[in-house]
Design a binder for this molecule. Structure first.
Ligand code: FES
Length: 339
């Protein structure tokens, strides 16, 4: 049994108990005390906080995310740092109530009920949970890889009304612990799995006046599928444009699903794009197709998830098209190796 310390979060009137081996972020989210975070892997820096009192262990905090100088100034990453004493910390990100519903982080058990090949080296995994998980459209969960200490992050693709059946889209990574070593190799229907969630602050939950452009690359489509379904049912946006980029036709999936949604919702537009194959649909880099479709993106918002190069290119292209940076949202966990 490890020691516990009390951590006070400046700006909130509560002390939370944190195990000496537990990150400050993990303890806060389990106590339903929201702290800004995205990747939970020490790579994005969203969870930076200032240690006002006490001492932390930075553990494997990478230097590219938190420099030596920042450590000397008393900064730490909430998702990596563990307490060495009672602490008072002050998050650098915004912790004020922005109207987004918060759901406490919890551990879950479930059963694999769907395991289908849906595109080249891509599987749809559906897990039926023993107990429901509340989450926001766009959030993710961590699947615990059996017989390893590791966990891997996958976005829920189902709408948040489906709290018992979580859908994930998973791309094979050669040699990857979670994919090559488990989901594409030994996983079977009926297998019991452990996971934790929800995590992340990539979401679309509030009604907005701006039309939204959603751009997904590969399995970056998953959180966008959840967002699309939620936004259409709740009528959150005046107009919704979904772009899904792949190299070849075999990389696309759920095409009929989105085409059907398009027929039923006149303000939803779906555009799959292939970069390495001519076909009857759009061809080229998905960001180039977006740029040619929209001479101006002023007054619009964007939600981006996919390979980092695609997301970076999309951010630059949208800014060039005069989209306000504060209205561009990107899923940051995709910058970690998707093994
Ligand atoms: Fe902590 Fe990304 S570095 S959430």
């Amino acid at each position: 049994m490890s020691d516990q310390y009390l951590v006070r979060i400046e700006g909130k009137n509560t002390d939370i108990a944190v195990e000496e081996t537990q990150s400050i972020l993990d303890a806060a989210l389990r106590a339903n005390e929201w702290l800004p975070h995205s990747c939970t892997q020490g790579t994005c820096g969203t969870c930076k906080l200032k240690v006002l009192r006490g001492e932390v262990d930075h553990r494997q905090t990478p230097e590219y995310t938190l420099t030596v100088e920042e450590r000397a100034e008393g900064l730490a990453l909430g998702c990596m740092a563990t307490p060495r004493s009672d602490l008072t910390v002050e998050p650098l990100g915004n912790v004020s109530d922005d109207g987004v519903p918060r759901h406490p982080l919890r551990d879950y058990e479930g059963t694999v009920v769907v395991l289908d090949d849906i595109a080249a080296n891509t599987r749809r995994l559906v897990i039926e949970l023993d107990t429901p998980m509340q989450f926001n459209a766009g959030q993710y969960a961590e699947l615990i890889v059996p017989e390893h200490a590791g966990a891997r992050q996958y976005s829920m693709a189902n709408p948040p009304t489906e709290t018992r059946r979580l859908e994930f889209h998973i791309k094979l990574t050669a040699g990857g612990l979670s994919t090559d070593g488990w989901i594409f190799r030994s996983m079977t229907l009926g297998e019991r799995v452990s996971l934790r969630g929800p995590l992340g602050q990539f979401n679309l939950v509030a009604k907005q006046d701006e039309p939204a452009i959603l751009i997904g690359g590969g399995t970056g489509l998953a959180p966008l599928k959840s967002i699309v379904q939620h936004a259409l049912v709740e009528d959150l946006v005046p107009e919704l444009f979904l772009y899904h980029g792949g190299r070849r036709r075999e990389d696309l999936y759920d095409v009929e699903f989105f085409r059907d949604l398009e027929h039923r919702h006149p303000h939803f537009h779906y555009r799959p794009v292939l970069s390495e194959e001519q076909w009857e649909g759009a061809t080229g880099l998905v960001t180039d197709v977006v740029v040619s479709d929209f001479p101006s993106c002023k007054g619009m918002s964007a939600f981006l998830c996919g390979p980092p190069a695609m997301v970076d290119a999309a951010v630059k292209a949208l800014k060039r098209r005069r989209m306000a940076p504060r209205l561009i949202f990107r899923e940051e966990f995709a910058i970690t190796p998707a093994t």
